[in-house]
Design a protein around this ligand. Structure first.
Ligand code: ATP
Ligand code: CA
Ligand code: CA
Length: 434
């Protein structure tokens, strides 16, 4: 499995930031993991765990290459969230910091966020605005309770909220979250759907240059695509989506989307057999990104690599010994395993959710899907945007709607496109007859 991204190494402009992010995570998360388990308390939501790193190090903080400050927000809550999402603590740290390799994906889109993949492609680090950071802290309790009550939530899985600050530098806030797409499967098409049609079009002409671009609502409609789910799966999916959207509405959130990656089983992974074809990830979707020779290929770890990974982990834990952090996991590193977590409903089929016919028999696609970008509060900016856009055009079709309407339109759109092939054919016949 070959993926593409710009490797962040010592020569990369963001190397120091990336190094500091990973060092902070390694030290702070191991410290939290080493503690004896106990329930989450209300006070845990307000905790900020600060560490100051320098070349010398001290009893609590090991030495680092650079001077920086790191803050871990609500570490105990996130430890519990990771456990609710069934992450193995050692695996998590290993993926992110076993080797300091990240690949940076695309430069900022509209929002200005940076995206980094862990080297095994399981996790995404997204830098976020201060407003999004403050907002996540504000809603963390609601989010946590929601995840507890909804183990199959489709919302972004947040694993950590952190901040780094370099001397004289500005504060960089970031979250660690799940990569919805699997390391082991080609994603043949990607859609980012909001349920709006205004400006929701990826220029079809640009697809030639950038065949794996993230497509949008109008591209979906133009292709007469459906999210092919038979009766049972459709119901499970829409029920969960409704619950998730209800939370977003209650919290005043909008501008999120349903991200859908489609793996076509008829095509399989053939494009990767020679390691020639690359998946180009393009946040924002507007800037065509072509694979350039400076971009570094990353392979999904093989079994052998996994064993090496386990060895590295053991060394890492040993290296950490002088620091009073303890083991990062009770599980033996040798047991580390790659792959999907089938205990989550929408990951049950090879890490995704397989398309079905009306009678629930399997169809030819696997969907990897979830609700992303859910930290935008309907604030003053959106109100202004709504006002200006509202002066021209149909108000229900623009994207900056108040949260209640945004969620209703979103649900409406997604329910409208979720149907088995058989159902779609019947619907078309009925339309033709009318
Ligand atoms: P904007 O606010 O302009 O939409 P943003 O910087 O907030 O942009 P997102 O909307 O969060 O970015 O994500 C942009 C793109 O990055 C998505 O369309 C998708 O292609 C990819 N992406 C984001 N989150 C994930 C994820 N968890 N898994 C896989 N891909 C993701
Ligand atoms: Ca978005
Ligand atoms: Ca955003």
């Amino acid at each position: 499995r070959v993926l593409v991204g710009t490797k962040v190494d010592e020569t990369h402009a963001n190397w120091v930031t990336a190094y500091n992010m990973l060092t902070g995570i390694r030290v702070s998360v191991s410290r939290t993991n080493a503690k004896l388990d106990r329930d989450v308390t209300l006070a845990d939501f307000d905790v900020k765990q600060k560490s100051t790193f320098d070349i010398a190090g001290n009893e609590l903080v090991p030495s680092a290459k650079y001077d920086f400050k790191f803050k871990d927000y609500a570490p105990w809550v996130f430890r519990n969230l990771r456990s609710l999402f069934r992450l193995d603590p050692a695996d998590y740290l290993m993926s992110l910091t076993g080797k300091y390799i990240l690949s940076e994906l695309g430069s900022p889109g509209k929002s200005g966020s940076f995206f980094y993949f862990s080297r095994d492609y399981k996790y995404i680090i997204k830098t976020i605005h201060h407003a999004e950071h403050k907002f996540l802290r504000k809603i963390l309790k609601d989010y946590y309770n929601h995840v507890k009550a909804n183990p199959n939530t489709l919302l972004s899985q947040f694993y950590g909220l952190h901040r780094v600050k370099m001397p004289y530098g500005k504060k960089i806030h970031f979250v660690v979250m799940n990569n919805l797409f699997p390391p082991h499967r080609d994603i043949h098409q990607t859609f980012d759907l909001k349920g709006s049609t205004v400006g929701r079009d990826y220029k079809e002409d640009d697809l030639e240059k950038n065949p794996r671009a993230t497509l949008k609502d109008l591209n979906w409609l133009r292709r007469k695509r459906k999210l092919e789910l038979g009766i049972q799966k459709k119901q499970m999916f829409l029920e969960q989506l409704q619950k998730d959207v209800k939370l977003l509405q209650r919290l005043g959130i909008m501008d999120y989307s349903l991200l859908i990656g489609i793996h076509d089983l008829r095509r399989g992974n053939e494009e990767n057999l020679r390691g020639k074809t690359l998946r180009v990830f393009n946040p924002g979707g507007d800037i065509p990104e072509e694979a350039d020779p400076n971009q570094v290929l990353m392979r999904t770890p093989s079994k052998l690599e996994n064993q090496r990974k386990a060895r590295e982990l053991r060394q890492m834990i040993q290296a950490e010994r002088p620091v009073p952090m303890g083991e990062t996991s009770s599980r033996m590193p040798d047991e580390l395993e790659e792959g999907p977590r089938p205990d989550i409903l929408f990951h049950q089929d090879d890490g995704g959710f397989q398309a079905t016919h009306e009678d629930n028999s399997p169809a030819d696609e696997i969907y990897y899907l979830g609700v992303i970008d859910c930290l935008t509060h309907y604030g003053i900016i959106k109100k202004l945007e709504n006002f200006w856009k509202g002066l021209s055009g149909d108000r229900t079709q623009i994207s900056a709607l108040p949260p209640q309407e945004y969620g209703d339109r979103f649900l409406n759109f997604i329910s409208g496109i979720t149907m088995s092939q058989e159902e779609a054919v019947r619907e078309a016949q009925e339309r033709d007859a009318a």
